[in-house]
Design a protein around this ligand. Structure first.
Ligand code: MLT
Ligand code: MN
Length: 312
């Protein structure tokens, strides 16, 4: 199986359009050891020809232009794409807005949990993707599914979806419920285990996750590769940076550091490669020369950047 990290940043990208924090400034200036990144997306292929996209980011046009595997091949018809399906892991803007760019009556299939399909249904702008051409299919809350193209032809990619602790998209939050549970696992955010019919082990893709409990930890045990929520390094980092009032936990994102952070919670787990994705523009690990980056690397983790390839 081939995997490509199409976009490694969290919502907003890196640099974010209105962010004047030191990291976004350094990224704009082209500082050494600080690479610009587009918003959260992953591509997987069993045969290197047909691709399944996980999340459709607002940067998708740029991402396709930077990823030759996702462009129409020379021998293909005048309108064509190797993207056979798009799997959505939640309804966040950084994961669904790119669907609008994929209009043009081009067949592919959309897979998402019922909650996320309800968002597409409720917002008629998504009808630019005519369901007769771009079928919408339900991802079960738990279970395995062979990902097929619009015509039902298998892509060779199989996923197992499962709910992870998280929350509804920001624009769906009920302001009357300020104390709502932002680490519930009702299926608003899912994780996926991806395998190929060509073998090669399994990869977990979990770009959003509020908590690693015993169930999730044992599920991840034995994976060849884990791509995990790397939004923030410390829970209060956005507040400390002066860019927002929310903690990572309030946004449904588990911090990398700390006793309950992802690095500590997964220490000792049997996982081949562990790679942080969905990295926010306040996260100091974006600077390869930072002490936090060194801690992450010394703990056995990698920090994704755009275009990173993984072969299993
Ligand atoms: C998130 O991951 O928390 C969201 O993408 C935030 C957002 O909507 O910008
Ligand atoms: Mn996000």
């Amino acid at each position: 199986m081939r995997l490509k990290i199409v976009g490694s940043a969290a919502g907003g990208g890196f640099p974010q359009w209105n962010c004047n924090y030191r990291l976004s400034r350094a990224a704009r200036a082209g500082a050494a050891g600080i690479s610009q990144r587009t918003q959260s997306s992953l591509a997987a292929s069993a045969d290197g020809r047909d691709w399944v996209l996980f999340n459709a980011s607002p940067d998708i046009r740029q991402q396709i232009a930077q990823t030759s595997e996702l462009e129409p091949s020379a021998a293909a018809p005048p309108r064509s794409t190797p993207i056979r399906a798009v799997v959505l892991t939640n309804g966040d803007v950084d994961h669904v807005a790119g669907l609008l760019t994929l209009r043009e009556r081009q067949p592919f299939a959309i897979y998402a949990a019922t909650q996320v399909l309800a968002v597409l249904e409720a917002n008629s702008i998504f009808n630019v993707l005519d369901p007769a051409i771009v079928p919408r299919r339900v991802l079960p809350p738990e279970g395995e599914l062979k990902i097929c193209d619009a015509n039902g032809r298998k892509t060779g990619v199989t996923i197992e979806s499962f709910a992870v602790p998280g929350k509804v998209a920001l624009y769906l939050e009920d302001s009357a419920l300020p104390e709502a549970d932002f680490s519930s696992d009702k299926g608003d955010t899912i994780g996926v285990r991806i395998t190929s019919d060509k073998g090669g082990g399994s990869v977990f893709y979990i770009p959003g996750c509020a908590r690693i409990d015993a169930v999730l930890r044992s599920r991840l045990d034995g994976a060849a590769c884990l791509l995990f929520d790397g939004t923030v390094y410390t829970d209060d980092e956005m507040i400390a940076a002066g860019v927002g009032e929310k903690t990572g936990a309030r946004m449904g994102h588990l911090a990398m550091s700390g006793e309950t952070g992802s690095i500590a919670r997964l220490a000792g787990a049997e996982i081949g490669r562990r790679i942080f994705v969905h990295i926010n523009n306040t996260n100091p690990v974006l600077d390869e020369n930072s002490s936090e980056h060194a801690v992450v690397r010394a703990s056995g983790w990698e920090v994704a950047d755009d275009g990173m390839e993984i072969e299993l």
